[in-house]
Design a protein around this ligand. Structure first.
Ligand code: C2E
Ligand code: MG
Ligand code: MG
Length: 242
């Protein structure tokens, strides 16, 4: 079904705003893929991305999402919303494909978007991978100006030594840690630890899944500059976004 939908416009991309906490200003968007099946049911990426990874379809889906997201950014730029960043999720399977970098660069070039306005969200497992090939690909991507973010940070196994060594632009605090935030335990919160880590290493920190005003205020107090979540906006289709 997924293969059929990919060929017949059953997949589409929605965009969730990312904001600067202090000014509550729009600074970027995250592209999130959606699947509407032939029967009209909506299936979330948490369910179909693993299937796409196993079947190899992730390669085409990833390329589709990247193309769409860049086209949307190019159009928003034309309409005057310049300087926005577009974040696209990349799965480990895509990343290990030998021609990933070449394909990425040719898609960016074709879109006319400045590579510095594109960000790839990678998992902790990719970021921490020891393989020389992976390390080199990450360095090459960044050398082209494309930004790198580690998604769901804090849920996997990150080596602090490795994070210090590698060139990463942004850590995304997993929403589980945002949900845990309480005024009384702020001092010992994981979100606070990640915000400090970012400050020390000169890496931006963005909190995911911010749902309440209280969470936004606590995050700001912890020194986290950027956020994304239902409090500000849900992921939405381009027309609603504009
Ligand atoms: P993610 O990259 O960590 O994306 C954030 C998820 O949190 C999204 O779920 C988003 O809709 C949801 N979210 C945002 N704000 C809030 C909030 O305030 N509260 C709550 N409860 N949830 C919030 P979504 O769209 O279902 O995506 C799930 C995961 O699927 C993503 O997690 C990402 O890992 C993966 N994914 C989505 N699109 C793609 C894609 O194009 N390629 C790949 N490889 N993975 C994708
Ligand atoms: Mg993400
Ligand atoms: Mg995440």
């Amino acid at each position: 079904g997924l293969r059929h939908s990919l060929r017949n416009s059953g997949l589409f991309v929605v965009y969730q705003p990312q904001i600067l906490l202090k000014e509550r200003k729009l600074i970027g968007l995250e592209a999130l893929v959606r699947w509407r099946t032939e029967s009209g049911a909506l299936i979330g990426p948490d369910r179909f991305i693993p299937v796409a990874e196993q079947s190899g379809l992730i390669r085409e889906i990833g390329a589709f999402v990247l193309r769409e997201a860049l086209a949307v950014l190019a159009r928003l730029n034309e309409e005057g919303a310049s300087g926005l960043r577009m974040a696209v999720n990349v799965s480990a399977v895509q990343f290990r494909q030998r021609d990933f970098l070449a394909e990425l660069l040719s898609t960016v070039r074709a879109s006319g978007v400045d590579p510095r306005n594109l960000e790839l969200e990678i998992t902790e497992s990719i970021a921490m991978e020891d393989a020389a090939y992976v390390r080199q690909t990450l360095a090459d991507i960044r050398a082209q100006g494309v930004q790198l973010a580690i998604d769901d940070f804090g849920t996997g196994f990150s080596s602090l030594a490795q994070i210090k060594k590698m060139s990463i632009d942004r850590l995304k605090i997993d929403r589980a840690f945002v949900q845990d935030l309480k005024e009384t335990t702020l001092e010992t919160s994981i979100s606070g630890v990640i915000a400090q880590l970012g400050q020390r290493l000169g890496i931006q920190v963005l909190a995911e899944g911010v749902e309440t005003e209280e969470q936004a205020l606590l995050l700001e107090r912890l020194g986290c500059q950027e956020a994304q979540g239902f409090l500000f906006a849900r992921p939405m289709e381009v027309d609603a976004l504009r």
